[in-house]
Write a protein that binds this ligand. Sequence first.
Ligand code: FMN
Length: 171
Amino acid sequence: MEFNEVILKRESIRNYNPERPVDMDTLNRILEAGRIAPSASNYQPWEFWLISSKEMLEKVKPCYSRQWITDAPHILVVTGDLDHAWERADGYNSLQTDLAISMHQMILAATNEGVGSCWVTNFNADILRSALGLKESVKVYGITPLGYPRETYTKRTVIMRKPLQDVATFC
Ligand SMILES: Cc1cc2nc3c(=O)[nH]c(=O)nc-3n(C[C@H](O)[C@H](O)[C@H](O)COP(=O)(O)O)c2cc1C
């Protein structure tokens, strides 16, 4: 897919066909887009958890109780270690920025593969922490379901956003 088409096509999908998992080659290409993302000082403070087994999905899905999450055949969780991210002299830690970039590269890569996704941050982090056995310095940053929408799903026709003149300054 041409790049502009990818960014126009990406939308939050809240509709998944539980009977249609994504094949491993496709999932690997999606994760690869996250792996090669840029990060401050190239510290790469991320870890990607691709959850597909019934046992792990049952542990993880209660972190955000929605039917579309229950239906998704895969959940991708992006975590990162505060102690392994770049820090500026004034204490700013780059973890969130680094993880957002890698997460969004994977979301765009999924779109390119025709795989649906949706940024989710309103999850119960404790449920995820305990399911994944994370240590204190590791933060859960974002999750996304991955899967194909049901055939009945219709894509949006309009992207609701503020007009460019309200958000851009040309000076
Ligand atoms: C950082 C971030 C967190 C989000 N968290 C959630 C969430 O917890 N639940 C949800 O349903 N959507 C979530 N979204 C999706 C947004 O609601 C969605 O991106 C926005 O409404 C624009 O719609 P679009 O993604 O279809 O273009 C999140 C998006 C971002 C970027």
